[in-house]
Design a protein around this ligand. Structure first.
Ligand code: TRP
Length: 366
Protein backbone atom coordinates (compact mmCIF):
# COMPACT_ATOMS: atom_id res chain seq x y z
CA UNK A 1 0.00 0.00 0.00
CA UNK A 2 1.15 3.51 -0.72
CA UNK A 3 1.07 6.42 1.65
CA UNK A 4 -1.78 7.99 -0.26
CA UNK A 5 -4.10 5.11 0.50
CA UNK A 6 -3.02 4.71 4.12
CA UNK A 7 -3.13 8.29 5.29
CA UNK A 8 -6.73 9.21 4.48
CA UNK A 9 -7.82 6.06 6.32
CA UNK A 10 -5.95 6.99 9.46
CA UNK A 11 -7.24 10.55 9.29
CA UNK A 12 -10.77 9.40 8.70
CA UNK A 13 -10.63 7.03 11.66
CA UNK A 14 -9.01 9.69 13.86
CA UNK A 15 -11.64 12.22 12.92
CA UNK A 16 -14.40 9.76 13.60
CA UNK A 17 -13.12 9.08 17.11
CA UNK A 18 -12.69 12.71 18.01
CA UNK A 19 -16.06 13.69 16.51
CA UNK A 20 -17.90 11.14 18.65
CA UNK A 21 -15.82 12.15 21.66
CA UNK A 22 -16.69 15.80 21.11
CA UNK A 23 -20.37 14.91 20.78
CA UNK A 24 -20.21 12.95 24.04
CA UNK A 25 -18.38 15.79 25.78
CA UNK A 26 -20.96 18.31 24.60
CA UNK A 27 -23.80 16.08 25.80
CA UNK A 28 -21.99 15.63 29.12
CA UNK A 29 -21.65 19.40 29.62
CA UNK A 30 -25.27 20.09 28.68
CA UNK A 31 -26.56 17.30 30.92
CA UNK A 32 -24.47 18.51 33.85
CA UNK A 33 -25.90 22.02 33.44
CA UNK A 34 -29.45 20.62 33.41
CA UNK A 35 -28.60 18.48 36.42
CA UNK A 36 -27.36 21.46 38.43
CA UNK A 37 -30.69 23.17 37.78
CA UNK A 38 -32.88 20.19 38.52
CA UNK A 39 -31.01 17.32 40.22
CA UNK A 40 -34.14 15.41 41.30
CA UNK A 41 -34.98 14.66 37.67
CA UNK A 42 -31.84 12.61 37.14
CA UNK A 43 -30.90 9.03 37.93
CA UNK A 44 -27.22 8.21 38.13
CA UNK A 45 -25.90 4.70 37.65
CA UNK A 46 -22.24 3.89 37.70
CA UNK A 47 -20.07 1.20 39.19
CA UNK A 48 -16.85 -0.68 39.68
CA UNK A 49 -15.47 -4.10 38.96
CA UNK A 50 -14.57 -5.76 42.29
CA UNK A 51 -11.09 -6.79 41.17
CA UNK A 52 -9.03 -5.20 43.94
CA UNK A 53 -8.58 -2.16 46.09
CA UNK A 54 -9.54 1.40 45.17
CA UNK A 55 -6.74 3.91 44.82
CA UNK A 56 -6.35 7.68 44.83
CA UNK A 57 -7.12 7.81 41.08
CA UNK A 58 -10.57 6.28 41.70
CA UNK A 59 -11.12 8.63 44.61
CA UNK A 60 -10.48 11.88 42.72
CA UNK A 61 -11.63 10.51 39.37
CA UNK A 62 -15.08 9.11 40.25
CA UNK A 63 -15.87 8.58 43.94
CA UNK A 64 -15.99 12.29 44.80
CA UNK A 65 -18.30 12.94 41.84
CA UNK A 66 -20.71 10.26 43.05
CA UNK A 67 -20.82 11.76 46.53
CA UNK A 68 -21.39 15.19 45.03
CA UNK A 69 -24.34 13.96 42.93
CA UNK A 70 -25.81 12.10 45.89
CA UNK A 71 -25.63 15.19 48.11
CA UNK A 72 -27.19 17.33 45.40
CA UNK A 73 -30.31 15.16 45.32
CA UNK A 74 -29.74 13.10 42.17
CA UNK A 75 -31.12 9.52 42.50
CA UNK A 76 -27.85 7.65 42.84
CA UNK A 77 -27.08 3.98 42.24
CA UNK A 78 -23.78 2.12 42.38
CA UNK A 79 -23.34 -1.34 40.91
CA UNK A 80 -20.56 -3.60 42.08
CA UNK A 81 -20.13 -5.41 38.78
CA UNK A 82 -19.19 -8.90 39.97
CA UNK A 83 -20.08 -10.67 36.72
CA UNK A 84 -17.70 -8.27 34.92
CA UNK A 85 -14.81 -9.76 36.87
CA UNK A 86 -15.01 -12.97 34.81
CA UNK A 87 -15.01 -11.19 31.45
CA UNK A 88 -11.24 -11.54 31.26
CA UNK A 89 -10.08 -13.74 34.14
CA UNK A 90 -10.67 -17.34 35.16
CA UNK A 91 -11.09 -17.01 38.88
CA UNK A 92 -13.40 -15.42 41.41
CA UNK A 93 -10.86 -15.81 44.20
CA UNK A 94 -11.13 -12.98 46.78
CA UNK A 95 -14.32 -11.69 45.17
CA UNK A 96 -16.34 -11.54 48.37
CA UNK A 97 -13.57 -9.69 50.12
CA UNK A 98 -13.27 -7.24 47.22
CA UNK A 99 -17.03 -6.64 47.11
CA UNK A 100 -17.33 -5.95 50.84
CA UNK A 101 -14.25 -3.77 50.75
CA UNK A 102 -15.80 -1.62 48.01
CA UNK A 103 -18.87 -1.07 50.18
CA UNK A 104 -16.60 0.05 53.04
CA UNK A 105 -14.70 2.38 50.75
CA UNK A 106 -17.89 4.02 49.41
CA UNK A 107 -19.25 4.61 52.90
CA UNK A 108 -15.93 5.98 54.17
CA UNK A 109 -15.88 8.41 51.23
CA UNK A 110 -19.33 9.78 52.06
CA UNK A 111 -21.79 7.57 50.20
CA UNK A 112 -24.96 7.32 52.29
CA UNK A 113 -26.72 3.96 51.80
CA UNK A 114 -30.06 5.58 52.63
CA UNK A 115 -29.66 7.78 49.58
CA UNK A 116 -27.55 5.63 47.26
CA UNK A 117 -28.49 2.07 46.28
CA UNK A 118 -25.44 -0.22 46.35
CA UNK A 119 -25.88 -3.68 44.80
CA UNK A 120 -24.23 -6.51 42.84
CA UNK A 121 -25.00 -8.10 39.46
CA UNK A 122 -25.23 -11.61 40.82
CA UNK A 123 -28.04 -10.80 43.26
CA UNK A 124 -30.42 -9.24 40.74
CA UNK A 125 -31.72 -11.90 38.30
CA UNK A 126 -34.29 -9.66 36.57
CA UNK A 127 -31.54 -7.19 35.67
CA UNK A 128 -29.55 -9.97 34.04
CA UNK A 129 -32.58 -11.19 32.14
CA UNK A 130 -32.74 -7.93 30.16
CA UNK A 131 -29.65 -9.29 28.42
CA UNK A 132 -31.83 -11.55 26.22
CA UNK A 133 -34.02 -8.94 24.52
CA UNK A 134 -31.07 -6.50 24.43
CA UNK A 135 -28.78 -8.97 22.63
CA UNK A 136 -31.38 -9.24 19.89
CA UNK A 137 -31.01 -5.52 19.21
CA UNK A 138 -27.32 -5.55 18.28
CA UNK A 139 -25.36 -7.26 15.52
CA UNK A 140 -22.26 -9.35 15.86
CA UNK A 141 -20.22 -6.79 13.93
CA UNK A 142 -21.32 -4.02 16.30
CA UNK A 143 -20.05 -6.14 19.18
CA UNK A 144 -16.71 -6.73 17.46
CA UNK A 145 -16.25 -3.03 16.65
CA UNK A 146 -15.99 -1.94 20.33
CA UNK A 147 -12.43 -0.58 20.81
CA UNK A 148 -12.47 -1.02 24.60
CA UNK A 149 -13.37 -4.69 24.31
CA UNK A 150 -10.54 -5.16 21.79
CA UNK A 151 -8.03 -3.45 24.07
CA UNK A 152 -9.15 -5.47 27.08
CA UNK A 153 -8.86 -8.71 25.18
CA UNK A 154 -5.32 -7.86 24.09
CA UNK A 155 -4.31 -6.82 27.60
CA UNK A 156 -5.72 -10.01 29.13
CA UNK A 157 -3.68 -12.30 26.86
CA UNK A 158 -6.75 -14.59 26.79
CA UNK A 159 -8.99 -15.61 23.92
CA UNK A 160 -12.07 -13.46 23.44
CA UNK A 161 -14.74 -15.03 25.64
CA UNK A 162 -18.44 -14.73 24.87
CA UNK A 163 -18.87 -12.65 27.99
CA UNK A 164 -16.04 -10.24 27.17
CA UNK A 165 -17.54 -9.72 23.72
CA UNK A 166 -21.04 -9.06 25.09
CA UNK A 167 -20.38 -7.35 28.43
CA UNK A 168 -21.06 -3.86 27.03
CA UNK A 169 -24.64 -5.10 26.48
CA UNK A 170 -24.70 -6.37 30.04
CA UNK A 171 -23.55 -2.92 31.10
CA UNK A 172 -26.54 -1.51 29.19
CA UNK A 173 -28.71 -3.75 31.42
CA UNK A 174 -27.00 -2.22 34.50
CA UNK A 175 -27.83 1.27 33.33
CA UNK A 176 -31.29 0.77 31.85
CA UNK A 177 -32.93 -1.50 34.44
CA UNK A 178 -33.08 1.47 36.83
CA UNK A 179 -33.70 3.94 33.96
CA UNK A 180 -30.34 5.59 34.58
CA UNK A 181 -29.92 8.74 32.50
CA UNK A 182 -26.55 9.97 33.76
CA UNK A 183 -23.51 7.72 33.84
CA UNK A 184 -20.25 9.17 35.20
CA UNK A 185 -17.44 7.25 33.51
CA UNK A 186 -13.96 7.53 32.11
CA UNK A 187 -13.30 8.03 28.41
CA UNK A 188 -12.65 4.31 27.87
CA UNK A 189 -16.29 3.55 28.75
CA UNK A 190 -17.78 5.81 26.06
CA UNK A 191 -18.33 3.00 23.52
CA UNK A 192 -20.42 1.18 26.15
CA UNK A 193 -22.60 4.22 26.78
CA UNK A 194 -22.99 4.68 23.03
CA UNK A 195 -24.27 1.10 22.59
CA UNK A 196 -26.56 1.60 25.61
CA UNK A 197 -28.11 4.61 23.87
CA UNK A 198 -28.52 2.55 20.72
CA UNK A 199 -30.20 -0.28 22.58
CA UNK A 200 -32.61 2.08 24.38
CA UNK A 201 -33.49 3.73 21.08
CA UNK A 202 -33.97 0.46 19.19
CA UNK A 203 -36.03 -1.10 21.98
CA UNK A 204 -38.33 1.92 22.14
CA UNK A 205 -38.64 2.04 18.34
CA UNK A 206 -39.36 -1.63 17.97
CA UNK A 207 -41.60 -2.32 20.96
CA UNK A 208 -42.58 0.87 22.73
CA UNK A 209 -43.13 3.64 20.19
CA UNK A 210 -46.04 5.26 22.03
CA UNK A 211 -44.69 4.97 25.56
CA UNK A 212 -40.90 4.67 25.48
CA UNK A 213 -39.63 2.34 28.21
CA UNK A 214 -35.98 3.45 28.33
CA UNK A 215 -34.17 6.81 28.46
CA UNK A 216 -31.08 7.43 26.31
CA UNK A 217 -28.45 8.01 28.98
CA UNK A 218 -25.64 10.58 28.80
CA UNK A 219 -22.08 9.78 29.84
CA UNK A 220 -20.76 12.30 32.34
CA UNK A 221 -17.09 12.90 31.68
CA UNK A 222 -15.21 14.03 34.74
CA UNK A 223 -13.63 17.50 34.73
CA UNK A 224 -10.76 16.18 36.82
CA UNK A 225 -7.64 15.61 34.73
CA UNK A 226 -6.40 12.03 34.63
CA UNK A 227 -4.30 11.50 37.74
CA UNK A 228 -0.94 10.03 36.80
CA UNK A 229 0.61 7.18 38.76
CA UNK A 230 3.61 7.99 40.97
CA UNK A 231 6.01 7.16 38.13
CA UNK A 232 4.21 9.37 35.60
CA UNK A 233 2.58 6.46 33.77
CA UNK A 234 -1.16 5.75 33.91
CA UNK A 235 -2.15 4.98 37.50
CA UNK A 236 -2.70 1.26 37.81
CA UNK A 237 -2.38 -1.27 40.56
CA UNK A 238 -0.54 -3.59 38.21
CA UNK A 239 2.21 -0.98 37.67
CA UNK A 240 2.72 -0.64 41.42
CA UNK A 241 2.38 3.14 41.05
CA UNK A 242 -0.98 3.65 42.75
CA UNK A 243 -1.64 4.84 46.29
CA UNK A 244 -4.30 2.51 47.67
CA UNK A 245 -6.90 4.26 49.85
CA UNK A 246 -6.60 1.49 52.41
CA UNK A 247 -2.79 1.34 52.57
CA UNK A 248 -1.20 2.31 55.88
CA UNK A 249 0.72 5.58 56.23
CA UNK A 250 3.95 3.53 56.33
CA UNK A 251 3.11 1.62 53.15
CA UNK A 252 2.27 4.91 51.45
CA UNK A 253 5.59 6.43 52.56
CA UNK A 254 7.50 3.42 51.22
CA UNK A 255 5.73 3.52 47.86
CA UNK A 256 6.42 7.23 47.40
CA UNK A 257 10.04 6.81 48.50
CA UNK A 258 10.78 4.22 45.83
CA UNK A 259 9.02 6.08 43.01
CA UNK A 260 11.50 7.11 40.30
CA UNK A 261 12.51 10.73 39.65
CA UNK A 262 15.18 12.28 37.41
CA UNK A 263 18.68 13.52 38.07
CA UNK A 264 17.90 17.22 38.03
CA UNK A 265 17.93 18.63 41.56
CA UNK A 266 15.81 21.72 40.92
CA UNK A 267 12.12 20.79 41.21
CA UNK A 268 9.91 22.17 38.41
CA UNK A 269 6.40 21.31 37.22
CA UNK A 270 6.80 20.16 33.63
CA UNK A 271 4.52 17.18 32.84
CA UNK A 272 5.84 16.75 29.27
CA UNK A 273 9.57 16.72 29.97
CA UNK A 274 9.59 15.63 33.61
CA UNK A 275 6.60 13.25 33.96
CA UNK A 276 7.84 11.57 37.15
CA UNK A 277 8.59 14.68 39.21
CA UNK A 278 5.40 16.26 37.84
CA UNK A 279 3.30 13.23 38.84
CA UNK A 280 4.52 13.64 42.41
CA UNK A 281 3.66 17.35 42.30
CA UNK A 282 0.19 16.63 40.85
CA UNK A 283 -0.46 14.12 43.62
CA UNK A 284 0.57 16.61 46.31
CA UNK A 285 -1.52 19.27 44.56
CA UNK A 286 -4.66 17.13 44.71
CA UNK A 287 -4.08 16.16 48.33
CA UNK A 288 -3.54 19.75 49.47
CA UNK A 289 -5.78 21.60 46.99
CA UNK A 290 -2.72 23.65 45.99
CA UNK A 291 -1.32 24.50 42.57
CA UNK A 292 1.49 22.02 41.70
CA UNK A 293 3.60 24.88 40.26
CA UNK A 294 3.50 26.71 43.56
CA UNK A 295 4.60 23.55 45.39
CA UNK A 296 7.47 23.13 42.90
CA UNK A 297 8.65 26.70 43.50
CA UNK A 298 8.51 26.24 47.23
CA UNK A 299 10.63 23.08 47.12
CA UNK A 300 12.97 24.37 44.40
CA UNK A 301 16.54 23.33 45.09
CA UNK A 302 15.75 21.09 48.04
CA UNK A 303 15.43 18.25 45.49
CA UNK A 304 13.49 15.02 45.08
CA UNK A 305 13.96 13.89 48.69
CA UNK A 306 12.21 16.97 50.02
CA UNK A 307 9.52 16.66 47.36
CA UNK A 308 8.81 13.06 48.32
CA UNK A 309 8.61 13.98 51.96
CA UNK A 310 6.08 16.68 51.14
CA UNK A 311 4.02 14.30 48.98
CA UNK A 312 4.05 11.66 51.72
CA UNK A 313 2.96 14.07 54.42
CA UNK A 314 0.23 15.66 52.34
CA UNK A 315 -1.23 12.38 51.03
CA UNK A 316 -1.20 10.76 54.46
CA UNK A 317 -2.78 13.83 56.05
CA UNK A 318 -5.45 13.93 53.34
CA UNK A 319 -6.26 10.22 53.64
CA UNK A 320 -6.09 9.99 57.45
CA UNK A 321 -9.79 10.70 58.10
CA UNK A 322 -10.85 8.36 55.28
CA UNK A 323 -8.60 5.62 56.61
CA UNK A 324 -9.91 6.12 60.12
CA UNK A 325 -13.51 5.82 58.93
CA UNK A 326 -12.84 2.68 56.90
CA UNK A 327 -11.07 1.03 59.85
CA UNK A 328 -14.08 1.85 62.03
CA UNK A 329 -16.53 0.48 59.44
CA UNK A 330 -14.53 -2.71 59.01
CA UNK A 331 -15.10 -3.56 62.68
CA UNK A 332 -18.75 -4.28 61.96
CA UNK A 333 -18.96 -6.46 58.87
CA UNK A 334 -22.53 -7.52 59.69
CA UNK A 335 -23.69 -3.98 59.04
CA UNK A 336 -21.70 -3.84 55.78
CA UNK A 337 -23.43 -7.05 54.64
CA UNK A 338 -26.83 -5.69 55.72
CA UNK A 339 -26.29 -2.57 53.62
CA UNK A 340 -25.50 -4.68 50.56
CA UNK A 341 -28.50 -6.96 51.19
CA UNK A 342 -30.77 -3.95 51.48
CA UNK A 343 -29.39 -2.49 48.23
CA UNK A 344 -29.85 -5.83 46.48
CA UNK A 345 -33.44 -6.02 47.71
CA UNK A 346 -34.24 -2.56 46.35
CA UNK A 347 -32.48 -3.32 43.06
CA UNK A 348 -34.53 -6.51 42.68
CA UNK A 349 -37.79 -4.63 43.16
CA UNK A 350 -36.81 -2.06 40.51
CA UNK A 351 -35.53 -4.72 38.09
CA UNK A 352 -38.73 -6.78 38.43
CA UNK A 353 -40.78 -3.71 37.65
CA UNK A 354 -38.73 -2.83 34.56
CA UNK A 355 -38.73 -6.41 33.32
CA UNK A 356 -42.49 -6.38 33.67
CA UNK A 357 -42.71 -3.24 31.52
CA UNK A 358 -40.47 -4.95 28.98
CA UNK A 359 -42.70 -8.04 28.92
CA UNK A 360 -45.75 -5.83 28.47
CA UNK A 361 -44.14 -3.85 25.65
CA UNK A 362 -43.14 -7.09 23.90
CA UNK A 363 -46.58 -8.67 24.31
CA UNK A 364 -45.19 -11.36 26.59
CA UNK A 365 -47.59 -11.00 29.51
CA UNK A 366 -49.50 -14.28 29.66
N1 TRP B 1 -17.01 -1.27 33.21
C1 TRP B 1 -16.93 -0.33 34.29
C2 TRP B 1 -15.45 -0.16 34.65
O1 TRP B 1 -14.67 -1.05 34.43
C3 TRP B 1 -17.72 -0.75 35.52
C4 TRP B 1 -19.19 -0.80 35.27
C5 TRP B 1 -19.98 -1.92 35.29
C6 TRP B 1 -20.03 0.29 34.96
N2 TRP B 1 -21.26 -1.60 35.00
C7 TRP B 1 -21.34 -0.25 34.80
C8 TRP B 1 -19.81 1.67 34.80
C9 TRP B 1 -22.40 0.56 34.45
C10 TRP B 1 -20.89 2.47 34.44
C11 TRP B 1 -22.17 1.92 34.27
O2 TRP B 1 -15.11 0.86 35.19
Amino acid sequence: MTNETVEPDITAAGNEVSASFLAAKKRSDETLAALEANPGKFTMLTGDRPTGRLHLGHYFGTILERVRMQDKGVHTNIIIADYQVITDRDTTEHIEDNVLNLVIEYLAAGIDPNKTMIFTHSAVPAENQLMLPFLSLVTESELHRNPTVKAEMEASGHALTGLLLTYPIHQACDILFCKGNVVPVGKDQLPHIEITRTIARRFNERYAKKHPVFPEPAAILSEAPEIPGLDGRKMSKSYGNAISLGATAEETAKLIKKSPTDSERMITFDPVNRPQVSALLTTAGLATGRDPKEIAEEIGNAGAGALKQYVTESVNAFLAPHRERRAELAKDMDTIRDILHEGNKRANAIAEETLDEVRAAMGMKY
